[in-house]
Design a protein around this ligand. Sequence first.
Ligand code: PLP
Length: 301
Amino acid sequence: MQPRLRLPSPLTQLRDDRLARRDVRLLVKRDDLIHPELPGNKWRKLKYNLERARQQGHSTILTFGGAYSNAIRATAAAGHYFGFDTIGVIRGEEHLPLNPSLAYATSRGMRLAYLDRSTYRRKHSAEVVDALHREFGEFYLLPEGASNELAVRGCAELPAEITEPYDVICCPVGTGGTLAGIAGGIAGGIAGGIAGSPAAGPRAVGFCVLKGAQFLEAEVARLQRAAFGSVSGNWELAYDFHFGGYAKRTPELDAFIADWARRHGDVLDRIYVAKMMYGIVARAEAGWFPPGSTVVAVVTG
Ligand SMILES: *Cc1c(COP(=O)(O)O)cnc(C)c1O
């Protein structure tokens, strides 16, 4: 059963006084509405991987993630809808009862396996992958976070869906695959061949939700080279909005989320989307976007 996907995802203008005062227009790209179980960037990241897995004749997809990973959930859902068996290799030990994310994944037919933290760090090495093949047989390997060049190509399709002029696309960053794709898509995508360092034209800004995420600079470049053959010079990472690190929160972030719900009626995803929105508002208030700018915020989940 193929799921009904809402694509292109809706684009709506949001009036936020803090941005309006700076003459900054905010559009939200509601990728979270693409599908309830395949939301946001995860659908875009899976699309060409599912196609490749099928072409290569695989019946099973194996991927890696933390116990609360959205990519694990989405891979389980994709397996259910597109007819693949799925295996989720989870970092750390099994905890029973399963948390809601993993319980959901198993309800969609995913088989779970666990790797201790030190083995998990080497999860993409030939040694660990060979051991997984001995245990589970053949499978299509999807890297952690579903981030690979096919994921980047899927995300590169987002900018062409934006039907109005804009200056900046903002997205949250975990592994960097989404940012790599969006920036590549702005710069011409796969068909156009990406331009090296466009001096003018829209740019992409990724808001890192991890602490100490400077390594992502090289990772985004690596993913772009893998997907497009070169690196587009039209993106940057913002490191100051992690609020202590992945899945960490502070009273300030919680207050921002509550205030956003009062202003706009939407409860922001606090792992990713809230940190990006906080960063956009903070940068707007600091005058970082020139007056008259249009900013597109990608609601990834
Ligand atoms: C996975 C995820 C991200 C991170 O995407 P990357 O491509 O790993 O940077 C952002 N937002 C949401 C809601 C996600 O689930």
